[in-house]
Ligand binder design. Sequence first.
Ligand code: GLN
Length: 492
Amino acid sequence: MADELLNLTCKQLRDKITAGTVTSVTAVEAVFAQIEALDDKVGAYISTYKDRALEAAQTIDRKIATGKSTGPLAGVPVAIKDNMCTDFGETTCGSKILENFQAPYNAHVIEKLRAADAVLIGKTNLDEFAMGSSTENSALKQTLNPWDLGSVPGGSSGGSAAAVAARMCFAALGSDTGGSIRQPAGFCGVVGLKPTYGRVSRFGLVAYGSSLDQIGPVTGNVTDAALMMNVIAGHDKRDSTSVSNDMAPVCNYLEKLNEDVKGLKIAIVPEFNAGADQNVQNALTSALDVYKNLGAQIIEVKMPHLDYAIAAYYLIATAEASSNLARYDGVHYGHRTENPADYVEVYSKSRAEGFGAEVKRRITLGTYALSSGYYDAYYLKALKVRNLIRTDFTKTFKEADCIIMPTSPTTAFKLGEKIEDPLQMYLADIYTIAANLAGLPAISIPCGLDKANLPIGLQILSPAFTEKKLLRIARMFEGKTDYHNKKPVFQL
Ligand code: GLN
């Protein structure tokens, strides 16, 4: 019974709750029973809020019992990556420097979820300040992949992806600066959508690389991703990069979701895809066959600048991070060193004690790239490459509705396998980063399992603000396959 309940989609659960056949309290209790059974091992959550969640669930149940109208996520338990500010509990960013930080306000997306009557149950683990691809950079805890407890869940939204995969929530929010929603979704066999830059407000999202960061949903299926987008997308004047509803009207992402896109043209970049391992390439080929059988046309294109995406990204992201993280100075927020000798030590020791190794590496890199004398050679060059990558996309989208490629070059790797070698870790993002550099929407959906029974992600990218079509394209595949229904089997 509990299993049956936990296997419902958000939409099914919401419908049952509003019809009065299941209560939100029952759903919250089932989720917490699952967390209590599994999360000691999986480690998806940094914090959970059972009492608060039960109270919220009761309020929604009461609303329904008294015939009041409820929002599109009525009573559905949702988890939040712990780099989004909540006016309850801590917002840690997986960092010692913010370990006890209590945000004074809610992020825009939190307000939206609340208005939609979602029940917020907890905050999920991440690489410190969302810097990483395995969640191993969290200073607070380790998260394991529910499919194989010896492997990483991906990152940096590894906690959100693991929580959805292990049914310790019905949906979660992640943030994606270079792949942090899609890559962990791929590694954990769930759906992860990075919306167009500007589609979802970043107000209250702790900044990493501000020109790249975007919040999006992690869900068990495409329909729930559309449902979550209906709730979180839209203009917010508190984020100056949030796009106005006139320029890009928000739409109902659920409408026509199950209608195939007629005359679909898919671009692939064979030379780029050749870098993925054989299991991933085979799954990609099979996925393209599914689309061909649905009448889609596949065209091969060249996108010569994609090869430079990682280099450009690690200059731009670190440059922006070095500036964004200057605010953690031991004075305004978070950790302050004890007994500093002078004010210089307040800054230097607080930062030295509070930040982990990867964050320090990136602040150093970014500061170097922005320093006078190197600015032109590195930062400015990287911005030019970013433009060339954008041009590659513009050209491709003249010929095709979307581009399909792997989400990651491999399936989930073993814990500890790459953590000592930052460059190897950076390469895990080779397929996801370009979408952030170009500001485009991209989704990862499950498309198979490798020989070790680990999930493989299929990535679909589309032009800016075409999430509605992107979701339909993803749903076409999902409608013909069963990968999204496969669940990890726990051997605790
Ligand atoms: N893995 C990439 C990085 O470390 C992307 C992280 C992200 O998207 N937040 O920067």
